[in-house]
Ligand binder design. Structure first.
Ligand code: UDX
Length: 439
């Protein structure tokens, strides 16, 4: 019989996981306490931008293999395996993760569990959460310890969420019983038969794999951004340096793009929650380097503001700045902790008139920073600009012919804060081009 899966929490991770599990042939029920979200998904609408997700969602809503509900009782009755996919944001005024959604799903679901079941945590949580959650679920469930828990962290990247879920580069499972492992082997049979590494371990290791992977990625980005600072002090070129060290297979070229640094809903909050957890465990020294990683990253933003002010002649007062990009990275409409918006906001606060354009993220940016100016196109954003800032490397900007902006800007000056434009092309078109960490 086909396994029945539920997905609890239908945000970014959950909606993607639900649609992908339906694509793999399972019967799937998505559950969320947010009625509006459930209605949108039931109509085949994804409430955020993720390439490839909406067609997949629509396909399986139409076949009836994928449904959504707001009822825990219905989810409990339906599912053989329940995937827990809610968010773990940063606590207000603290570094630690806020686990209230994870706990409320466990508390909502468990009392309805009256047959042997497996709950599978996918959310990013502080190490030690799974063992507590397992006890909480077993205490509340009518079947007691037969309501089991496994931890199966998610590594998907926004913009590639569907591909990353259908073809993961590894599967990590923290499990305490053979039954739990066997069920997850059944869920991921396709990927396993395609030789995807399937790593079975304890809860703590599974939880740590996720946060340590994100900590490593953040460190890699801040490393190259620190090198960019040295390059600027010496006239060296960080892009050439990254290519050259990247040829060493032990280092690798990916995630060595120096620029405005990392943002988004994961890396910044995950490294902070990781530091907070290390402190609770009495090993804060082990992660004190992440404080520096965070500091290097935040310095990128003020560095771009400083370079921009310089290029505007020492003050932003009375200047116009055209901003290309608002999302925290291309192919996403996500503006959570977006470096681009942070820079745009700071520049406006210092007196510039700012107009922001992004191919997808303007609506979300407007909701978060309503006082910034917004435009419907790159050309409109750059009208009368004394300076253009390239802050999110959408393909549309990378491919843009400088001549389309020539006629509208007041001054042909651009800072390429993602080092993604072709300097020769912009300089040949008469622009004063500045990258970061490049001569
Ligand atoms: C990240 C992890 O990659 C993913 O495995 C995890 O599950 C969630 O967090 P995501 O937040 O979607 O995914 O973004 P990612 O592609 O990792 O980029 C993060 C940030 O780093 C972006 O702001 C991006 O612009 C920046 N970045 C990335 C750089 O500044 N330089 C690089 O070389 C790569």
């Amino acid at each position: 019989m086909t396994l029945h899966l539920t997905v609890l929490g239908t945000g970014y991770l959950g909606a993607t996981h639900a649609a992908c599990m339906a694509e793999l042939g399972f019967e799937v029920l998505g559950m969320d306490v947010d009625q509006a979200k459930v209605e949108a998904l039931t109509e085949g609408r994804v409430p955020f931008y993720e390439p490839d997700l909406e067609p997949l969602l629509r396909k399986h809503v139409e076949t009836g293999r994928l449904r959504f509900t707001t009822s825990y009782a219905e989810a409990a009755a339906f599912g053989d395996v329940h995937f827990l996919c809610v968010g773990t944001p940063q606590r207000k005024g603290e570094y630690a993760a806020d686990l209230r959604y994870v706990e409320s799903v466990a508390d909502g679901l468990a009392p309805h569990l009256d047959k042997p079941t497996l709950v599978v945590g996918k959310s990013t949580v502080p190490v030690g959460t799974a063992v507590r959650l397992q006890q909480r679920i077993a205490a509340l469930a009518r079947v007691g310890e037969e309501a089991e828990l496994a931890w199966n962290p998610e590594f998907l990247r926004e913009g590639f969420a569907v591909a990353d879920t259908l073809r993961p580069d590894r599967l990590v499972v923290g499990a305490t019983s053979e039954r739990a492992e066997a069920l997850l082997r059944e869920v991921y049979a396709g990927a396993i038969s395609a030789d995807t590494p399937f790593i079975v371990t304890d809860y703590a290791t599974a939880e740590l794999v996720k946060v340590s992977a994100n900590a490593f990625l953040a460190t890699k980005i801040s490393f190259i951004n620190a090198m960019a600072e040295l390059c600027e002090a010496t006239g060296a070129d960080v892009t050439v340096l990254a290519d050259a060290i990247g040829h060493d297979a032990r280092i690798g070229r990916r995630f060595l793009n120096a620029g405005l640094g990392f943002g988004g809903g994961c890396l910044p909050k995950d490294i902070r929650a990781f530091m907070a957890r290390a402190g609770e465990l009495g090993v804060d020294q082990a992660l004190s380097f992440l404080r520096e990683v965070d500091a290097i990253n935040m310095r990128r933003r003020s560095h771009v503001v400083d370079r921009s002010r310089e290029m505007c002649g020492g003050s932003f007062l009375g200047t116009r700045v055209g901003v290309l990009g608002a999302a925290f990275k291309p192919n996403s409409d996500d503006v959570r902790d977006s470096p681009a918006l942070n820079v745009a906001g700071q520049i406006q606060l210092q007196g510039a008139q700012v107009a922001v354009y992004d191919p997808r993220a303007v609506a979300n940016a407007q909701a978060l920073f309503p006082t910034l100016g917004y435009a419907d196109s790159a050309v409109e954003a750059c009208e009368g600009a004394d300076l253009v800032l390239h802050l999110t490397e959408w393909q549309e900007f990378v491919e843009m012919d400088p001549s389309v902006l020539d006629a509208v800007v007041a001054e042909k000056r651009i800072i390429d804060a993602r080092n993604a434009l072709d300097p020769l092309r912009w300089r040949a078109a008469g622009w004063l081009y500045r990258g970061l960490g490049r001569p």
